[in-house]
Design a protein around this ligand. Structure first.
Ligand code: NAG
Ligand code: NAG
Length: 465
């Protein structure tokens, strides 16, 4: 170990070479390139005067345990976390980003069970450039295939509107599913038959706008933050159709003819996109904005919102789950989602989704997941609030709470029904003889397997267990 350390230091410290003096110009500033006699071996540039310096570090609980045990390593309060796991790895003198290493201990010191290179299944929105709205009205950040090339089926946006601010009237090619993360807003839309829709939604509610259906969003008095998920990984919020742009890019004579209005009616239209901009406050009474048309309102069965915040959670051993899918929210015909709460020490059990890729978003707490790609490639990822996760169809994964507060995340599928296959339920529902012959589990373990799906299993926060 010590000699490896010295070698690492040597390669990083060229200044200790007995290098010949560089030719200097009058001003004392050496030229951009060095002299030819630095090339290769010469008796003049042997390494001299090496000193060994110990790198100061401490290991965290679990770090010396067997690598295959793969305990979560909490580097959050460790000054100098090291890529060491069990008997594997070695010290890192740097260059490195210690803040990222602390947050991603499963990357710095992966469990011994990780193997090879999978797709990247984690994108922190903190690494996405924020698109800033006009006049302090809000912002948005997006994840799509540009940053997660394998997340082809869905893309997402985290958006904030300050009190009274709008996401302007617009439509897009993709279907838009949303979960309100904080605050509340008014949403409205008109469909192809001229049916109208308006509703107020709050933290925990969901909405859906089908492709091409024009809609707008306005924050109510406390402002709003919401998550948008699109049914196309190549979606970009920079490429939506905006009311401002359709007016800015059609001849004014055409607009005049279209609306049977004088040209002067268009003197003050915006000359480009508004996207996110301040507005006059929405009236408190939603009825004042409920436009009555001959076509009438969108029938309730086809409503664009679902008041998911009012749906009670379903309690499971290690936390709770609630599901919204087309069984209760039919207009979102391809969006099936589960909001999952995992208590400290507990874990969303090992599972996979047979009908869809999973796009997930971490709302609260910290967790980790191991993605398995057939046959034997596996990577463990660490997640923080604001991170996107992506698990392709039928690829197994779990989500373990790695912190001391509840972990909350949403799993979104492109499916007409939320479904998963649980590793535990599968084996607990299979003949003990078959499972025993295959996995060599003791009889007592076979007896312990459960045939009921757990969703979230309870567990201990004690990493030494
Ligand atoms: C919503 O935002 C407000 C203001 O930052 C904050 O006080 C509140 O805790 C947030 N609610 C949730 C559920 O995060
Ligand atoms: C809007 O008006 C229609 C009747 O035209 C009614 O069915 C609907 O519930 C109203 N919506 C709201 C949000 O008040």
């Amino acid at each position: 170990m010590k000699s490896a350390l010295v070698l690492a230091l040597l390669t990083l410290l060229p200044s200790v070479h007995g290098a010949p003096a560089l030719p200097k110009r009058d001003g004392g500033n050496p030229p951009l390139r060095g002299p030819e006699d630095l090339l290769g071996y010469s008796p003049d540039n042997k390494l001299t005067g090496q000193t060994t310096e110990e790198i100061p570090y401490t290991l965290v609980p679990g770090q010396k345990e067997d690598a295959d045990l793969g305990l979560y390593l909490d580097f959050s309060n460790n000054d100098n976390p090291q890529p060491i796991r069990g008997s594997l790895g070695g010290t890192d003198p740097g260059p490195r980003n210690r803040e990222l290493d602390r947050q991603n201990s499963d990357k710095l010191a992966p469990p011994g069970t990780d193997h090879g290179q999978t797709i990247n299944a984690n994108w922190p929105m903190s690494l996405s450039k924020a698109k800033l709205g006009l006049d302090g009205a809000g912002w948005s950040r997006q994840e799509n295939i540009v940053v997660m090339p394998d997340a082809t089926k869905m893309a997402g946006v985290d958006m904030r509107l300050e009190a009274g601010a709008y996401r302007e009237l617009h439509w897009h090619l993709a279907g838009e599913w949303s979960l309100v993360l904080n605050g509340s807003c008014r949403i409205q839309a008109v469909n192809e038959d001229g049916n109208t829709f308006i509703d107020d939604v709050t933290e925990g509610d969901v909405w859906f706008f089908p492709p091409g259906v024009p809609h707008s969003i306005q924050a109510l008095d406390v402002g709003v933050e919401f998550l948008l998920v699109f049914d196309d990984g190549s979606f970009s919020e920079d490429n939506t159709f905006l009311a401002s742009e359709i007016f800015a890019h059609n001849p004014k004579s055409v607009l005049s003819k279209n609306f049977d209005l004088p040209i002067s009616a268009f003197d003050n239209i915006p000359d480009g996109e508004l996207f996110i901009f301040p507005g006059t406050p929405a009236p408190e009474d939603i009825e004042e904005q409920n436009v009555t048309t001959a076509a009438g309102p969108i029938p309730r069965s086809q409503a664009y919102s679902y008041h998911f915040s009012e749906q009670p959670v379903h309690v499971v051993p290690g936390g709770s789950v609630k599901i919204v899918d087309p069984a209760t929210f039919p207009i979102a015909s391809d969006f099936a989602a589960a909001v999952v709460t995992v208590h400290p020490g507990a874990m969303r059990e090992v599972h996979w989704h047979p009908s869809s890729d999973e796009w997930s978003f971490f709302i609260k707490g910290t967790g980790r997941a191991t993605l398995l790609e057939a046959p034997s490639t596996a990577t463990t990822f660490d997640y923080h609030p604001g991170d996107v996760g992506y698990f392709p169809k039928s690829h197994s994964h779990y989500i373990e709470n790695t912190g001391d507060e509840d972990l909350v995340f949403v799993e979104v599928l492109q499916a007409d029904r939320f479904s998963d296959i649980s590793l535990g339920q599968w084996l607990g529902s299979t003949s003990k003889q078959i499972v025993g012959d295959t996995l060599k589990l003791p009889e007592s373990a076979l007896d312990h397997l459960k045939s009921e799906k757990q969703y979230v299993v309870a567990g201990s926060t004690d990493s030494a267990q």
